[in-house]
Design a protein around this ligand. Structure first.
Ligand code: PLP
Length: 429
């Protein structure tokens, strides 16, 4: 059986997937890492017809001893029930669209799968959990949507009132079963602080509080599947390069797990915005953990100064291996807008700002290295989520998307609260 150990104490006896999933963070503050990665034969993904099928063939290698095969299969089919197409821009450049889930970002893969896995274990234990999430963007809506309606789970979302876009706010506050949205009269840091305080407060200690942030192993494993599914869609077993628009490095870590399972990957390209710790580290300009304050950019879901999954990558790969395998670059706001315009003019393809950071990184990588390996650029969000940036880059109105349009007709539910722990306690107790 695969066990999970904490990055801060590799010598300790590893815990089960169930425990790692329900705990999130290890008790010593470390992140859970698998003690081995199952090797998977390429036929398992190359012969799959959908991403759910990739999941059904690959995840039993990880979880087979902990969840009965049929249960796992129905969890995967229910979670990954949306398409994930590979779009060809050129013979050597593909875009893998990860934004066809209900909240239109790649976070739907992890959140939906994690919610169903948690629900399975909680029901078995006869337990429930209240998930607290502080959010400034895509995570909150993916978690709210992915966890809604799971009987043993409730979600309380905290977002900074007036500091998320109109589309993002709508996605957070539409009424969902088992989800409460709180508009906090403060900024994102206040939301995060309140959540942290709640976990430490003695009066709340009797509540089964939990989190669903990107360090949870339950969000990470499903993020390895679409790398395999991209290879299946090219129909060729030759190595690919993958370009990943990165912030907390959870998406990239999913790719590294896919490669460790046996997917042939030439190089990874880590595309960052102005938050450039990781490209600096890869180029030898920064030491490990020499994190930076967060800078706000147009690709706001990647605004992370201290990527939490770095600790996990560092446990999985030596610094030498990381630097040899992963190439990084940092893309400014103007370069992001220019790339959006350029890709639209050349290929008629409308990329959201996060994806555009990636597409700019691909061209730089090619120019710097001359590596002719075909690249799969991950498209992490739908451009309709960012109408303001689309119009700034292209002078066009933002694209329409049925799932977003439909939100405006739905009932909403939101409480405005002061930026204090007391306000959250009043609601929880
Ligand atoms: C969260 C997010 C990212 C960054 O992913 P990480 O796993 O944090 O590196 C990139 N693009 C979009 C649209 C996101 O929502």
């Amino acid at each position: 059986m695969i066990g999970y150990y904490s990055t801060r104490d590799p010598q300790k006896t590893p815990v089960s997937f169930e425990e790692a999933l329900l705990e999130g963070l290890a008790p010593d503050g470390g992140l859970y890492v698998p003690n081995r990665v199952p090797k998977i034969h390429p036929a398992h993904w190359m012969e799959a017809g959908t991403i759910a099928e990739v999941g059904c063939r690959v995840l039993p290698g990880w979880l087979g001893q902990e969840i009965p095969a049929e249960t796992l299969e129905s969890i995967i089919r229910d979670a990954l029930n949306f398409p994930c197409p590979l779009v060809r821009l050129r013979d050597d450049l593909f875009v893998l669209e990860l934004f066809h889930g209900p909240t239109l970002s790649f976070k739907d893969f992890g959140a939906r799968t994690m919610a169903r896995l948690m629900q399975h274990f909680l029901r078995q234990r006869g337990e429930r959990r209240i998930i607290l999430v502080a959010t400034s963007g895509d995570t909150g809506s993916a978690v709210a949507d992915g966890f809604a309606g799971q009987d043993n789970l409730e979600v309380v979302l905290l977002y900074p009132k007036g500091k998320v876009s109109a589309v993002q706010e709508r996605q957070l506050i539409v009424r969902r079963k088992g989800v409460r949205a709180l508009a906090v009269e403060g900024n994102f840091d206040d939301c995060q602080r309140i959540v942290k305080e709640a976990f430490l407060d003695p009066e709340l200690a009797h509540l089964p509080l939990s989190s669903a942030n990107s360090i949870n192993i339950g969000r990470l494993l499903p993020q390895s599947l679409y790398y395999l599914w991209a290879a299946a869609q090219t129909g060729s077993p030759t190595p690919l390069n993958f370009c990943v628009p990165s912030g907390n490095l959870g998406n990239l870590t999913g790719g590294v797990l896919a490669a460790l399972m046996g997917l042939p990957v030439g190089h990874f390209i880590a595309a960052h915005n102005d938050n450039h710790f990781f490209p600096d580290f890869l180029a030898g300009r920064a030491e490990a953990y020499q994190f930076l304050p967060t800078i706000a950019t147009l690709s706001n879901a990647m605004d992370v100064g201290s990527p939490s999954n770095f600790e996990r990558l560092y446990a999985l790969l030596s610094p030498e291996r990381m630097r040899e395998w992963i190439w990084g670059t940092t893309v400014s706001n103007p370069a992001t807008l220019e790339r959006m315009a350029q890709v639209y003019q050349t290929h008629g393809y409308l990329a959201d700002p996060h994806t555009a950071v990636g597409l700019e990184a691909v061209e730089r990588y090619r120019a710097r290295t001359g590596d002719p390996t075909p690249v799969v650029a991950l498209a992490s969000a739908h451009p309709a989520k960012f109408p303001e940036v689309v119009s700034k880059a292209l002078g066009l109105p933002g694209p329409k998307e049925a799932a977003l349009e439909a939100l405006w007709g739905q009932e909403t539910q939101v409480h405005t609260v002061a930026p204090t722990l007391e306000a959250l306690k009043d609601l929880l107790l």
